[in-house]
Each structure stands twice: as C-alpha cells, then as structure tokens.
Design a protein around this ligand. Sequence first.
Ligand SMILES: *Cc1c(COP(=O)(O)O)cnc(C)c1O
Length: 404
Amino acid sequence: MYFKKNRLFIERVEALKVVKKFGTPTYCYSLEKLQNNIKNFQRSFKSINPLICFSVKSNSNLQILKEIKRSNMGADVVSKGEMMQALKAGISPKKIVFSGVGKKSEELKFAIEKKILLINAESESEIYEIERLAKLKKTIVDIGIRLNPNIDAKTLKKISTGRSEDKFGLTEKAFLNILKNFKGSNYIKVKCLSVHIGSQITDYKPYVKMINVLDKIIQKSNHFYDYVDLGGGMGIQYEKGTNLFNYKKYNVMIKKFLKKHNVKIIFEPGRSIIANTAVLLSQIIYIKNTAKKKFIILDAAMNDLMRPALYGSYHNIIPLLKNNKKNNKIHDFVGPVCETTDKFLSVKGFNYLKEKEYVAISDVGAYGMSLSSNYNLRPKASEVMIENKSSKVILKRQKLTNII
Ligand SMILES: *Cc1c(COP(=O)(O)O)cnc(C)c1O
C-alpha cells in the first residue's frame, strides 16, 4: 500500500477505483502481501520443518483459505463450521487440528468421521466424550491435550489465554493425571501436547517461559509425543514504533527444545499471516463539528470491525486522497451504530476531509470480517482481493433480503 500523486494504491490498483466499483464498506486484501507473509513465516521456521495450521477464526474467507492450501499449510479450527470451510477449501484433514473448550458431540463426531490430524482436548470430560464416540465408531482417535502453562503473555487482557484464571486448557496436575488415566485406552491415543498462550504477543519472552514449562512437563510425563503444538499468537505492528516480534529468537529457542525432544512442531498462526493484508474501505457519510471535536461519521461501523469496541485496539486510518492541508482539531472516526463504543479512532489533527470522501482503516485482515455481525440489522460488508492490476470480489456484500 502506498501513495502515488497523493492517491492511495493497493498493489497496482487505485483504492478509489475499488470503492467506485464495489461500494463501501469493503474489506480489501492484497494477495501479494498475503503470499509474502506466508513465505516469511515459512522461512522463519524452515530449519525445524513445522506443520503450519492457519487459524481459521482469524479469517474464514474461502478464497483466502484456498491460498492457504496452495501454500501447503493446514488449518486450526474451533467449530464444525470452520472445519467444513477448511475442507471445502481443499485442505487435507491430515492437516487439520480442532481446538476449543466446548466442542459439542456432533462436532466431535464430524471430526472423527473426517479423520482429522488431532482433536486438541481441553478438559477431562471432553476426552471421555471423545473416547465414548471413538468406541461407538470402533476406531482410534488421535488427540492432543491443551496445557494451561500459567503464563502471562503480556498482551491485552481480553486476548490472554494462558493464565490459570483463563478458561483454556488444563493445569499441569490435571494434565498429568489424564495422561495416566488414558494410558491404556483402546480408543484414544495422546499424540500431542498443545498450548496457546494468547494473541498479539510482541515480546518473545513469554514464549521462553512457555517452552520451559513444556520442557518440564514432557520430562515429568513419561510419555512419547509425536507433536508439540505451540499455538499462534505472534503479534504484528498495528502502531508505528511498537515492538516487532523476534522470529529468529523464537526459532533458536525451539531448535534447542528439539535437541532434547524428538517431536514435530505445529504452529497455529492467524494474525501474523493475515492481519496486515487488508484495509477496510469506508465512505464518510457526514462530518459533525462540535466545539471540541470533529466527528467523522463513516459508513463502516463496529458490526463490520469489532476490535476497537471489543478490545480497545488501535487501527490506523488513512485517507484515500491525501491533500497537504491539515485540520488540527480532534477527529473522532465513528460508525452509525447506536453505541458509544462504535468508535474506531480518536486523533488530534488529520488530513483535511470532506463529506462523501473515503478512508481506509488499516490492518483489518485478522478478526475483522470474521468477527463481524448483523448488529443494527446492518448487512455484512463485501470482501475484495487485489492481485497486481486486477480486483475481484471474494465475498459478495450481504443483501438485506438475506437477513430480513
Ligand atoms: C485464536 C487461536 C489461534 C490464533 O491466534 P493468533 O493470535 O491469531 O495467531 C491459535 N490457536 C488457538 C487455539 C486459538 O484459539
């Protein structure tokens, strides 16, 4: 994404052309950026040859999942719906792992029928349920058990998952007990130790702690694992000046770990693959001036992009047409939804804006469209993929007739 003669371009397509052609609000992705992210991730861990399972909950668009499949990646899914979408994209069941604290029988049954690589279980009750289903189907099911390593990932509270007060995974004690209880099972094979300590982690140190915990529990468990699933969570740079995740150090750490433990590593990245590949294009409906502020009222809202309202997270906003005039007032970029939290950004001073002009909200590829809703009975946005000079719809804008 860059400006040419003050006009915003995504690859070789002018953003203004995209909004004229497809309307707003529209999620607009760059295929080149996606392919580069995948390549960089794969390159970072090339020496350990991991299985990389894209976290489908970060973005479940079918065309994007097809690109994931083309890159030989697998999928990490958290529902039957996501599993079906991954399979529909052509991803092999042998590259699918199924996570989540509340998988229903029907979802587990589906996973067993499809013979996916691993069901990563998060409670003793769930493992008993998997065993019951496996027995009914007279089959052996490979599972992972998710450990809660009690580590603070030092990220936003609401996306931290590895502390003992979080609902995810099992404590070390429960983990070891379960391992013993299911040792002789004819229907369940514990093949994997899994963790996922949170999301948008920019410091590698929580991962150092995590690897240490894994090292210890493997030594204590007297069990042979085929896989260690390290989850995802690597953060991206939403805001200039923030820390960049150190992949090199993480890789070195894992290599050391692998010298002691002969296992296949699984990763479940979402955000680090897809977040910075997309912008949300939106039109300014009105501008309301008050004594203190300018409210820039957009046609995108919290139902389209929930992250600022849900986590207070930061997304930069840029105009589609730059002029070199600046208005120094505080600008609040808000949506039309009837909630005070329906606000994307508040900044002091912005490029001079007029009603009916357009802006792009940055880094919305992860947990953007996938978290969107029909709140206020607003139809969901469309998704467009840019590839060099071409642009094509990869998800049609929802019609009101589909939701009313
Ligand atoms: C959400 C999630 C991920 C992906 O996290 P990112 O921060 O997007 O990389 C991976 N594994 C599990 C179990 C998850 O719930």
